[in-house]
Design a protein around this ligand. Structure first.
Ligand code: MSP
Length: 669
């Protein structure tokens, strides 16, 4: 029976539309899943969406929708994007599906029956954005993950006896393969060694979640609900024989792939829940770093996302897949830029693999009527031919070894070193000159050179297939090799290209991208983000409420008859700041660049107040600043906060100020 392989992505929150940060994890998993299938494993690849919790409830409210409507829309967008990108997930789990809800309740009951869940009271800080209980934090303290101000919650809750699992978890981490990379493993070990407190696993102050069995006033904590998807999707807790069979077959997961910010949930809470339930543990949790854009983590709240669709429209899915896996060292943070994307695309794909394909196949068409020629065994052999065969065998070995360690960029480097070697081999052996000669020795040499080159091309394409499924499938067809998905990767070796194979017709696999491609993509993203409109708006008014739909008090209020709760207001951190420096932003009539001391730090703020205030009149003046606004770029300058002003009929802002003396850093409530 075939070996099984079960791989998962995190399930994505539906409060943000998909961007290439999400695509990064999904692409990495898809690549691993595809390779496993080519290696003959019975593979199950799961992704989906995380749809419950207070964050989603609030986002839906701000958008004037029911949470279910809201979740349906965004979940649909994720699903459609994965389909468009050719992602080969075997299932797509949504946490609002009945199958999931019932099975989560089963898991909860099982853990409760085993005595690991009890009722108690929780008073403490909570970050809604990360749906995280922040142990030891005081009111007003920021969330350790996102920096937003935490909210105080006081609730009667169900608690999970996490403290009972400290030793078992530490034993588990002794296995170096359980958490990768090493840095993340060390962080988790340090965290668990420092002591584990029981964890609240229900909420009762809102209702958008799965009811606690037998106590429907409470909903199950969204992370318990979400993590459980990894078992519910494959049948845990179902009474159907088929589902039970699937669970027995695929669980435990071979890999949970995640971003580094959710390591603690996956490496501490999830294994503890499973241990409590008496279920097997996943074999590995692999955490990658963040995709940065304009130096910050790409995220909706920072407003610096790049959508996958833009890249798909201009360069195609394979280009995005290759770039993300080749450019970024898996496990570390990496920057995304359109320049780097296009540069790599042209260098490695157009001039590298694509050019090699057209060159070799065109010559086989020209000199051998489109049939793979027979290399001579006796005459016209050169050590260079054997060297290519060796390089190819080494590439196969190295690619596999790196890939198994999730070192995608090094694996691809190994494949591309073969491409570079064949490029050199062709230049040195000049098949086009051999083709001009008609003596037997030259013909034999030409046959050997082209066979050797074509065989190396076949191997490079086979290795790259899980990373670039479309382009390599086309290369395969052009080489007359049929359906690449039928290739048994485990047997891939030098010398399998059959002599006399009839080539298909040759066409470029990667069209060249010029500078306009970069501009096009940038424009598409600018339009999407509405940065142009945003800048004008920011210049009109220094008030924060217009810039972050779904995030701010004003937009929440707009859908609720103008009323917001005190909690909503508390999310806006208004502080007294003092202007230390002010200057005009070049080429802008409306913008000033300010440096504002807010007590704990000096912030750069770009404000649309230049028409009302000369820069020199502002220095030393106290202002009110929205301190927890996500940073954004205006005219290429990062603005970290916003100055509050009254917006008057004539459009000129008037800065908020105080009659009494106030200390810098004081919070407005
Ligand atoms: N819903 C939780 C996960 C629950 S899993 C049981 C969640 N969702 S999320 O929508 O915020 O997605 C987080 C995941 O998306 C990250 O862990 C990572 O896989 C991916 N990424 C989102 N933005 C990213 C970057 N800027 N860079 C890299 N990965 C990113 O957390």
């Amino acid at each position: 029976m075939a070996r099984k392989f079960y791989i998962t992505t995190p399930i994505y929150y539906v409060n943000a539309r998909p961007h290439i940060g999400h695509a990064y994890t999904t692409i990495a998993c898809d690549t691993v899943a595809r390779r496993q299938r080519m290696l003959g494993a019975d593979t199950f690849f799961l992704t989906g969406t995380d749809e419950h919790g207070q964050k989603i409830e609030r986002a839906a409210q701000a958008a004037g929708k029911t949470p279910q409507q809201y979740a349906d829309e965004t979940s649909g967008e994720f699903r459609a994007l994965w389909k468009r990108m050719g992602i080969t997930n075997d299932d797509y789990i949504r946490t609002t599906e009945t199958r999931h809800k019932k099975r989560v309740q089963e898991l909860f009951k099982r853990i409760r029956d085993k005595g690991y869940i009890y009722k108690g009271t929780y008073t403490g800080q909570y970050c809604v954005s990360d749906e995280l209980y922040v142990d030891g934090a005081q009111p007003g303290d920021p969330c350790p993950i996102c920096g937003r101000i935490t909210e105080t919650v006081h609730e009667e809750n169900y608690f999970f006896r996490l403290s009972a699992f400290q030793d078992k978890l530490l034993e588990l981490y002794a296995n170096p393969d359980f958490i990768r990379p090493e840095t993340r493993r060390n962080e988790v070990i340090a965290f668990v060694r420092s002591g584990l407190r029981d964890q609240s696993i229900s909420r009762s102050t809102f209702s958008w979640g799965i009811p606690v069995p037998d106590d429907p006033e409470h909903v199950i904590y969204v992370w318990f609900d979400a993590l459980a998807n990894y078992v519910t999707a494959i049948g845990y807790g179902s009474s159907h024989a088929g589902a039970q069979e699937a669970f027995r077959k695929y669980w435990p997961a071979d890999v949970h792939m995640i971003g580094k910010e959710i390591v603690r949930f996956h490496c501490v809470y999830w294994p503890a829940f499973l241990l409590a339930a008496g279920l097997e543990l996943p074999k590995a949790i692999v955490a990658h770093g963040w995709l940065l854009f304009e130096e910050n983590k790409m995220s909706k709240s920072r407003g610096n996302i790049v959508r996958a669709e833009t890249i798909l429209d201009v360069l195609g899915a394979d280009a995005l897949r290759y770039f993300l896996l080749r450019e970024i060292v898996f496990g570390q943070d990496g920057s995304f830029s359109f320049d780097a994307l296009v540069q790599r695309y042209n260098a490695d794909l157009v001039n590298g693999l694509g050019n090699l394909n057209s060159r070799i196949l065109t010559m086989i068409h020209r000199y051998f009527h489109g049939e793979v020629p027979y290399p001579s065994h006796s005459v016209a052999k050169s050590p260079a031919d054997a060297a290519i065969a060796d390089t190819a065998q080494r590439s196969i070995r190295e690619f596999g070894a790196y890939f198994d360690q999730y070192q995608f960029s090094r694996a691809l480097e190994a494949a591309w070193s073969l491409i570079a070697a064949v490029d050199r081999y062709i230049v040195e052996n000049e098949p086009w000159s051999l083709g001009e000669k008609h003596d037997d020795v030259s013909r034999a040499r030409l046959a050997t050179v082209l066979y050797t080159s074509a065989e190396a091309l076949r191997i490079a394409a086979a290795l790259a297939h899980p990373v670039m499924p479309e382009a390599t499938a086309r290369i395969w067809e052009q080489m007359g090799l049929g359906d690449i998905r039928k290739l048994a990767l485990a047997d891939l070796a030098w010398g399998q290209l059959r002599l006399g194979t009839r080539l298909g017709s040759v066409s470029p696999v990667f069209p060249r991208a010029d500078k306009s491609a970069i501009e096009r993509m940038q424009q598409m993203e600018d339009q999407q983000r509405g940065t142009v409109a945003d800048e004008a708006k920011a210049a009109e008014s220094a008030a924060p409420v217009k810039t972050q739909p779904g995030q701010t008090v004003a937009s929440a209020a707009a859908n609720d008859g103008g009323k917001i709760s005190i909690d909503d207001f508390a999310r806006v951190e208004l502080r007294v700041g003092m202007v230390k420096m002010a200057e005009r932003v070049p080429k802008s009539d409306k913008l000033l660049r300010l440096e504002v001391d807010i007590g704990t730090e000096v912030r750069q703020v770009v404000a649309g107040i230049a028409e009302a205030y000369a820069p020199e009149t502002l220095v030393g003046r106290k202002v009110v600043i929205v301190a927890n606004l996500a940073p954004r770029k205006l005219r290429g300058l990062e603005s970290n906060g916003m100055i509050v002003a009254a917006s008057l009929e004539d459009g000129k802002p008037v800065l908020a100020s105080f009659l009494e003396e106030v200390p810098v850093g004081a919070r407005l409530k």
